[in-house]
Design a protein around this ligand. Sequence first.
Ligand SMILES: Nc1ncnc2c1ncn2[C@@H]1O[C@H](COP(=O)(O)OP(=O)(O)OP(=O)(O)O)[C@@H](O)[C@H]1O
Ligand SMILES: O=P(O)(O)OC[C@@]1(O)O[C@H](CO)[C@@H](O)[C@@H]1O
Length: 315
Amino acid sequence: MIYTVTLNPAIDMTVYIDTLKKGQVNRSRYCLMDAGGKGINVSKVIKALGGQSIVLGFLGNDNKDWFLKYLKEMQLDFDFIFVDGLTRTNIKIVETSQKIYTDLNQNGFEVKKKDINHLFEKIDKIAKADDIFVVSGSLPPGADEEVYAELIRILKQKGAKVIFDADGKALKSGVLEKPDVMKPNIHEFKCLFDVDENDLNSIVNSAKKLIESGIKKVLISMGAKGAVFVTENMELFAKAAEAKIKSTTGAGDSMVAAISYGLSQNMDDVSIFKLALACAAAKVSKEGVKPPEKKEIKKFLEKISLEKLGEVKWI
Ligand SMILES: Nc1ncnc2c1ncn2[C@@H]1O[C@H](COP(=O)(O)OP(=O)(O)OP(=O)(O)O)[C@@H](O)[C@H]1O
Ligand SMILES: O=P(O)(O)OC[C@@]1(O)O[C@H](CO)[C@@H](O)[C@@H]1O
């Protein structure tokens, strides 16, 4: 089974506006609301791919009804730990005139020590060998930066596979526990290594250090510039597939969905990377944080071309 773990979910409010004017009253053209947070977006795309997953993590008690209704309508399975307070609302501004995408993310509800202990106990009970756990997103206030590291330790002791996507100090401590797969974007990757984001070789050489440390696959996403995939056997680069962009939110999560689904189906690395790029392109073609449909993903899959590193001309 695939489990996605989201400790800081969010109601994503995507606001479409021609141009955002700072310091003025702005009126949106329209706005979409989605139940989000990284792992939840991953589960949406796993479902679109025809896979099954269970959403785990925390959810705020005070506004849980709307959120749960959304997940039920999407036919997603979930098993949350409910905590005091409101699940945060994150604002995603899409400026249609200039294609600028701005995120305004909130801190989220405060979790207590007992909530964290409950989470560890629950995951310790659930996890079995060969399960796949996606551990992703920011930590809510009250959760110390070691929480992901401890979670990865518990999961690895059980023999579960861990796909990890975090930022900052939580990323730095989690990486030491050697998750099986990592999907940092280039900014997150720069928390770990002092790389020049315009120099593909320096990115690959740093990713190889993670592979040498025992991490099996590292996918570094670079927004519109594409992505790099480094595994024990290969180093690949691909440009982002051309797409009519409606919202970039959740593009990285779609890649994580492809990796987890691909692993659950024993897909090879090349197929996993292609699927990740196709899922990302299909996602950015959707408004708000809506998952793409399988037929849309398939259409993009035909257009993905990979380049072996060494033959790449960097743009
Ligand atoms: N502006 C864009 N144009 C074309 N493709 C894009 C664009 N933004 C993202 N993508 C595709 O989505 C992939 C993931 O994007 P990105 O690196 O922004 O992930 P991320 O920061 O983890 O996203 P998120 O946190 O919103 O899920 C990219 O590698 C690319 O294939
Ligand atoms: O604040 P975090 O947890 O880092 O990111 C949260 C978030 O931006 O990630 C998803 C997109 O990846 C959105 O659904 C959500 O709002």
